[in-house]
Design a protein around this ligand. Structure first.
Ligand code: SAH
Length: 423
């Protein structure tokens, strides 16, 4: 356990209570609690994550409180929220010596919202704030039509939620706010996850529009139902991009969730689609979306395990012109990478065999622990075993409203390949 030191506001500039750093090093730093890094702390230059093992000592503050982070020698690094519970105990919010207050939230949210205005085409569902990538670690904000959905991943953000919502309202108007905190991160951080409306209730459901390859595609969102905050917004750009190749092809959409890829492909002129989703709740969302887009008659919805379904389709010698493989993260930790590799290889191998010559496979991995190189290697292995030659038509990534920070490689998590079967 690191020993704890309390640095009173007035002491921060005079270094009282600290044996290290030498006098003068903390000058210029505003008062308040200090977290001092070990000399050996391995941090990226502007990587905001601090793990327990990197901490030399930290003031005895409440969980979720604001701290100034300093190097072992006392040089100011940044300010963030500290929580002694989780291994990732502090996330730096600002590299400046400034308070984490409503003015800062307003500036950050303004920048995040402006950024989306510049990059997003016609869609009414957009991620407005994506945690570290928007300088607001631990906060996710999505907009679905005229509803905001907020998710807090850290106790620090949970505690300032009201300020954040005020800043959001200033930027986008007084929209109703639905909270969907995830139980696992909330448990790690030590707060009770909120699920429900904040202040004023909004509509139970919204239908949003995404720009498709040909025209808009409509997708329903029932607040508090389904995965993520309602939709996999990180795949929005890929849904449009991939469906631009769908005309006249038979489509297989495996791990379909609410059938976003299928709806886009059918709207773009695909001949028919088989949609595989193991969760009955998600399959119901898929059914609703197919109906919303007048595509239900052209789709077959299989509520079953994709591993079994792919094997059966192969046995039946089925062929498809476009296969989409978008599984959940198979590797949730480093230890699971080998098993994940086998899983990815199997579904890719079977999908490659299901491709007709000239057929396209859009294959994805969202596992943080499987790198782009790993993923490409897995696909290469699968192609060798499937006995097919594939051409890389494109390299795919997460949608533009999930920006990647140069200093935070973890923000690049969705990897995809668009492969065409040559023989
Ligand atoms: N492509 C979707 C998102 C897919 S998320 C979109 O664009 O919206 C992955 C989905 O795979 C989840 O809906 C999950 O329920 C489903 N899933 C997980 N394991 C599965 C399995 N073994 N077989 C079929 N579906 C599975």
């Amino acid at each position: 356990m690191p020993h704890t030191v309390r640095v009173p506001a007035e002491a921060a500039t005079t270094q009282m209570g600290l044996s290290e750093p030498p006098a003068g090093m903390l000058r210029g730093m505003r008062g308040g609690a200090v977290l001092r890094l070990k000399r050996t702390a391995r941090r990226g230059r502007r990587h905001p994550w601090i793990f327990k093992g990197d901490v030399a000592d930290v003031a005895d503050v409440d969980a979720g409180a604001e701290v100034s982070v300093v190097e072992s020698g006392g040089h100011f690094v940044g300010r963030g929220f500290y929580n002694p519970g989780p291994a990732l105990c502090c996330r730096i919010v600002t590299w400046r010596d400034e308070p984490l207050d409503s003015a800062l939230w307003r500036r950050r949210i303004e920048t995040a919202v402006e950024y989306r205005r510049r990059i997003i085409g016609q869609t009414t569902a957009v991620r407005l704030v994506w945690s570290e990538a928007d300088g607001l670690p631990g906060l996710i904000v999505d907009r679905y039509g005229d509803v905001l959905v907020v998710q807090c991943l850290t106790l620090g953000m949970f505690r300032v939620r009201a300020d954040i919502v005020r800043a959001l309202h200033t930027m986008v108007g007084d929209l109703p706010v639905f909270n969907v905190d995830e139980p696992v991160p909330a448990g790690l951080e030590g707060f009770a996850p909120l699920r429900g409306w904040l202040d004023t209730p909004g509509p139970a459901r919204a239908v949003v529009e995404e720009a498709g390859a040909v025209g808009p595609v409509r997708l329903g969102v029932t607040f508090g139902v389904g995965h993520k905050t309602g939709l996999y917004l990180d795949q929005r750009d890929n849904r449009r991009h991939v469906s631009a190749l769908a005309a006249g092809r038979d489509v297989l959409d495996a791990f379909a969730y609410s059938a976003g890829f299928t709806c886009h492909a059918l709207a773009a002129g695909a001949g028919g689609a088989v949609c595989i989703e193991s969760s009955a709740e998600a399959a119901e969302l898929a059914r609703e979306n197919l109906m919303l887009n007048g595509a239900f008659e052209r789709a077959t919805l299989l509520t079953e395990n994709a591993f079994d379904a792919l094997r059966r389709l192969e046995r039946e010698h089925r062929r498809f012109g476009l296969v989409v493989l978008d599984p959940p993260p198979f590797a949730r930790g480093r230890a699971a990478v080998e098993a994940a590799r086998r899983g990815y290889k199997e579904i890719n191998l079977r999908s490659m065999r299901l491709l007709e010559p000239g057929g396209i496979l859009a294959t994805f991995s969202c596992s943080h622990h499987v790198t782009s190189d790993d993923f490409e290697d897995i696909c290469r292995d699968a192609a060798a075993d499937a006995g097919v030659t594939l051409r890389t038509r494109d390299i795919l990534a997460q949608s533009a409203d999930h920006p990647v920070l140069l200093d935070v490689p973890e923000t690049r998590y969705l990897k995809g390949l668009l492969l065409e079967r040559m023989s």
